[in-house]
Design a protein. Structure first.
Length: 280
């Protein structure tokens, strides 16, 4: 059991949790902003999660990140905001007016990364989103919030895309993989939220040559850092935003909520996490 912390501290709760890069990110911000605080990993098995959350404050934590497999339970045990509710999962917890609140920062991680890497991306009227899993929910929520008119949602298991479209409304249009060639020429934004293209997974086969000029391509996968999809888009001169950027941007709000200062995603931070990813 963790002993109460003397300074403000947050933690990452997961099972397993050791692989997370969050400590590198938050400790970098604590160090560079001169804030006395801590960020630790707490490996908590599912049957102990509820008890851990009830005692979060007693353990000395001002809040937490939550990862697999606890995100849905975290939502149920806290007061979620609209984003967490819509995504169906919470990844960031904090205390406000004595209550445990939660949000899902993947939404702003995705959007803020696009804003940073490809300003003007939201001029697209059609977005093509590949995948309808957990991360696609955050992506679709963010795209709707930014007013993208048509979000074509392609998934291997079409029922999953249909269910998500049913929840999110008429701007989300479910489609099967064989519709991709017809959808590419009108997609001003292409988003990969599947695990295809990740190290050890099957390749993602999409012809970026069929995208319109000026299209933006983003991949949530960040191992490898430059996925074959992003490499092909860059070779065509298209703007891209990578998964590591999203990971870094999603961490900003939690830090601000816990430690009171809004940190920046810097090239130095990126290099630090990149070095760690390359090492492993
Ligand atoms: P899920 O398991 O919830 O969803 C996986 C998705 O990939 C589903 O749509 C699934 O389709 C599809 N998929 C998997 N294998 C295949 C295949 N062989 N052929 C076609 N489709 C396939 O995962 P998440 O949404 O949580 O994560 C997806 C990826 O995004 C991961 O690589 C993860 O690391 C990354 N990620 C990155 C983040 C970042 O900050 N950069 C944040 C969150 C996730 P089906 O429904 O048919 O199974």
């Amino acid at each position: 059991m963790t002993s109460p912390h003397k300074t403000r501290a947050a933690c990452l709760i997961g099972w397993p949790a050791a692989h997370s890069r969050s400590p590198i990110i938050h400790r970098y911000w604590l160090r560079t902003l001169g804030i006395e605080g801590g960020y630790v990993i707490e490996a908590v098995p599912p049957d102990e999660f509820k008890d851990f959350i009830f005692r979060l404050s007693l353990r000395g934590f001002v809040g937490a990140n939550v990862t697999i497999p606890h995100k849905e339970q975290a939502l149920a045990l806290s007061q979620p905001d609209a984003r967490a509710r819509a995504v169906g999962a919470a990844n960031t917890l904090w205390f406000e007016d004595g209550e445990l609140r939660s949000t899902n920062t993947d939404v702003e991680g995705f959007i803020n990364n696009l804003d940073a890497c490809a300003p003007g991306w939201d001029q697209a009227s059609d977005a093509l989103v590949l995948g309808a899993g957990g991360s696609a929910r955050a992506v679709v929520f963010g795209l709707r919030e930014r007013g993208i008119a048509r979000i074509h949602l392609v998934n291997r298991t079409i029922d999953r895309a249909r269910a998500l479209a049913g929840e999110f409304g008429a701007s989300v249009l479910p489609a099967t993989w064989d519709a991709v060639p017809a959808l590419l020429p009108r997609a001003g934004l292409l988003v990969n939220t599947t695990s295809l293209g990740m190290h050890g997974q099957l390749p993602l086969e999409v012809d970026v040559g069929a995208l319109p000029q000026g299209a933006v391509v983003t991949d949530l996968v960040y191992v490898p850092l430059v996925t074959p999809l992003l490499a092909a888009a860059q070779a065509r001169g298209l703007k891209t935003a990578d998964g590591l950027g999203m990971l870094l941007h999603q961490a900003v709000r939690g830090f601000q909520l816990w430690f009171g200062e809004r940190p920046h995603v810097t090239a130095e931070l990126r290099a630090l996490v990149e070095a760690d990813l390359t090492k492993t």
